[in-house]
Design a protein around this ligand. Sequence first.
Ligand code: SF4
Length: 374
Amino acid sequence: MSGIYIHIPFCRKACHYCNFHFSTQIQQLDAFVNALIREIAMQEKYLNSPIETLYLGGGTPSLLQEAHLDKIISAIDKHFNLSTLKEFTLEANPDDISIEKTKRWKTAGINRLSIGIQSFQQEALDWMNRAHNTTQSIQAIEYAQAAGIHNISADLIYGTPHLSDEALLKDIALLNQFQIPHISCYALTVEEKTALHSLIERKKIDNIDTEKQARHFEMVVEALGENGYVHYEISNFAKPGHESMHNSNYWKGIPYLGLGPSAHSYNIHTRQWNVANNQLYIHSIEEGNIPYEIEKLETSTRYNEFMMISLRLLEGVNLTALTQQFGETYLAHTQTIVKGLQKENKIKLTNNGFAIEKHARFLADGIASEFFIV
Ligand code: SF4
């Protein structure tokens, strides 16, 4: 099985914290979609197994007009076998969602919406420079559910200055009340080359309170756990059976094709990524070339990625799978590090291998880096 990711690199407004690839030059959408259609045809041989998941991410895919979406879906259907497709996700921002649009999305085959709610607190939304407001978030959920799309994921961002502990719990309670089956919760991070980074550097706003973030993380884990959500990945919580298939396949190391500017593709042996520049992408595709760079994945790189991904998952590292993929030398290296981390009470043993202790999950990326081979 494999998956397809399509990056729609346009947004109405630049959120202050965002370091994804996007442009606010929405007038380029037509030219971009035409280039994307050509890339879909050019990449039809990249995957050699049936497609299980299709994911329209961004940027803001909900900016696509009906004609754009029809063209994209027809091209995918023409060049790939979609008879095995199980999950078709579209990322949407609340200010784009209407009852008509959600009905059209459902008819087009989209069976999962990932809505960028981020917070129901208007002050927090304003601070992040989001394009939507609280009322639009609530309406977005109501419209999607009225159209018959119940497989919804909501994004939340915690640790922002205006988000109190009480407000965070209220946000979670509201999502639970709406019976949202999947919630992705992210700590606000300050990435270089973002407006947020510049505002902090220029002392226009205070730096992020990391203690508050750690506390919010604990609160999120507890509140969602009490409401029946399984913490299946460090930032992802789902009611049983509603885990994201697309992302879970990515974390299992299943091949995927990425289309559009900045999109990454992976086929076990190599990883490649398209240029993160809309003009260059469109121009190059018009000339018949996909503008990408490629990296051959050495065993040590694959091992580092395996550890990074596995340790973010609830089930942790499976030592049988590790040995099959990387051999006895890597197993011995892993076991040596595990012993040290067990003494520090960061790792616990499981039936198949080991996982991060619940109280240390906020530190998952740092713990994973202790295993890295450089
Ligand atoms: S809508 Fe999403 S992709 Fe666009 S700027 Fe905001 S966070 Fe970034």
